[in-house]
Design a binder for this molecule. Structure first.
Ligand code: UD1
Ligand code: CA
Length: 456
């Protein structure tokens, strides 16, 4: 948009109807806190600055959004949406500003742009988005005058039966002029209503007829989240939208009701997402993969042709053709090489696993460099941690090395290329390339020392 504007996001309310100790705007929607959504919609329009009005749980909210380019405004005691906007006065510098509720997450940038355009064309002092609902529920009802201009908004607690029957409702999204008339009207709002709050909606009556309303044709876009039922509804809408767009791009999702995508995830064509798949954060999945059943991925980078099932992947990279699971846990900094296989009850953390290497059963690989085609036996462990020491020690395993079952590699340690570590060994010294290392007590066999079966 060519004329500069600020954005004020309202995130100070108690969120009483959530019945939660956590601030409402921090509740997750498709893996991201609610507040992230209006902030992103605002960012997409390139505003002059974004102000976030906070109060209830403000420390938590500020901490969660500390890295965002926004300015926090403390509302003090949250006395209503009108009071919240008033607190932002000293921070608004552009000629006009948008007001976005922190609890209306699905608002698209296009709706905001349309509102600003409508506002400018109408030369209004205040404008807001409305939607028409079959069941207008708890939303403020829009009363229009004979000429069709918005005359006032009535909140549900204050509405007459005739007003309650109105189906056009306030979305809570506003565009306001940064003009003395508007601030004066805001100052005139009184808490003279059923809830005893300063209602921003009173602006309409106060500024009539210089108020415009734009009816947005997609009510789902402006769903407000007041309780956990609304939150589940929003989750279902957003999930369906994301999965639909993926399917249109060539991703198979045989049962969309059982796949949980985050808004920033990318998935390549011909990848199959099976039930119980969760894809969150900055996850990227290449083409031709099979993910699920039961896979939980956060911030994962997955190349082409990878299979992941019944596994958890957090902050890990997986190269082409690798196979993960069932029951593997890849943690931060795990880098799995091409065609490597990580299987049953294997945990990998901050380790590079070489091309074609295998760890298929019950192993822990932490802070290690595992060479290509190495084989980590069942129950093998890199002992990377020593009590009382903060640092983690590294293990190096050369190409093609074979680590026998139940071996403990006490780091820091190096196992050379092609070396073999015998099962059950506790390895405390480096093993040179192509050596066989055995570090266990030799077997003792005493003939005829067990009692005969008939004597037992
Ligand atoms: C509000 C509107 C209603 C509209 C609905 C749309 C008012 C009076 N009512 O009702 O007409 O249909 O949104 O979703 O505006 N907040 C603050 N400080 C406060 C109070 C609220 O920052 O003192 C924030 C809340 O955190 C929330 C937003 O403002 O993000 C809306 O407040 P909420 O109490 O949810 O308003 P509704 O009852 O939904
Ligand atoms: Ca609300």
């Amino acid at each position: 948009m060519n004329s500069p504007f600020d954005v004020v996001v309202l995130a100070a309310g108690k969120g009483t109807r959530m019945r939660s100790a956590r601030p409402k705007v921090l509740h997750a929607l498709c893996g991201l806190p609610l507040l992230a959504y209006p902030l992103r919609a605002a960012q997409a329009l390139g505003p002059n600055r974004i102000l976030v009005v906070v109060s209830h749980g403000k420390e938590e909210v500020q901490e969660a959004f500390a890295s965002w380019p926004v300015v926090f405004v403390d509302q003090g005691e949250p006395l209503g949406t009108g009071h919240a906007v008033r607190q932002a006065r000293a921070y608004v510098t552009a000629p006009r500003f948008l007001v976005l509720p922190g609890d209306v997450p699905l608002v698209p940038p296009a709706a905001l742009a349309a509102l600003v355009e409508h506002h400018l064309r109408a030369q209004a002092l205040a404008s807001f988005l409305t939607v028409e609902l079959e069941e207008p529920g708890a939303y403020g009802r829009v009363v229009r005058d004979e000429s069709g201009r918005p005359q006032r908004i009535v909140e549900v607690g204050d509405a007459s039966p005739a007003e309650l029957a109105l189906r056009e409702v306030n979305s809570g999204v506003w565009c306001l002029e940064n003009a003395p008339l508007v601030w004066e009207a805001l100052a005139q709002i009184s808490p003279n209503n059923a809830k005893g709050e300063y209602y921003l909606t009173d602006l309409v009556a106060l500024l009539h007829p210089r108020v415009a309303a734009l009816r947005w044709p997609h009510p789902e876009d402006l769903l407000g989240i007041n309780d956990r039922v609304d939150l589940a509804k929003a989750e279902s809408i957003l999930r369906t939208r994301i999965l639909t767009s993926w399917m249109r791009e060539g991703v198979s999702v045989p049962d969309p009701a059982t796949v949980y995508p985050g808004p920033d995830v990318r998935v390549g064509p011909d990848t199959l997402l099976l039930p119980g798949t969760f894809l969150y954060g900055d996850t990227e999945i290449g083409p031709n993969c099979v993910i699920g059943p039961q896979a939980y991925l956060v911030d994962a980078k997955v190349a082409e042709g990878v299979r992941i099932w019944f596994s958890v992947v957090e902050g890990a990279w997986i190269a082409e053709g690798a196979q993960i699971g069932p029951y593997a846990h890849l943690r931060a900094g795990a880098r799995i090489g091409a065609r490597a296989r990580i299987g049953n009850f294997v945990e990998v953390k901050a380790s590079q696993i070489g091309e074609g290497a295998k760890a298929l059963h019950l192993a822990y690989i932490g802070d290690a460099e595992v060479g290509p085609r190495a084989n980590i036996g069942a129950g093998a462990i890199t002992c990377n941690f020593q009590p009382g020491r903060a640092e983690k020690f590294r293990t190096e395993i050369g190409a093609g090395a074979f680590i026998g079952s139940n071996a403990c590699l006490i780091a820091p340690i190096r196992i050379g290329e092609g070396a073999v570590v015998g099962a059950g060994s506790v390895i405390t010294e480096d093993v040179p390339p192509y050596a066989l290392a055995l570090a266990r007590s030799p077997q003792v066999v005493k003939p005829e020392r067990a009692r005969r079966l008939e004597e037992r």
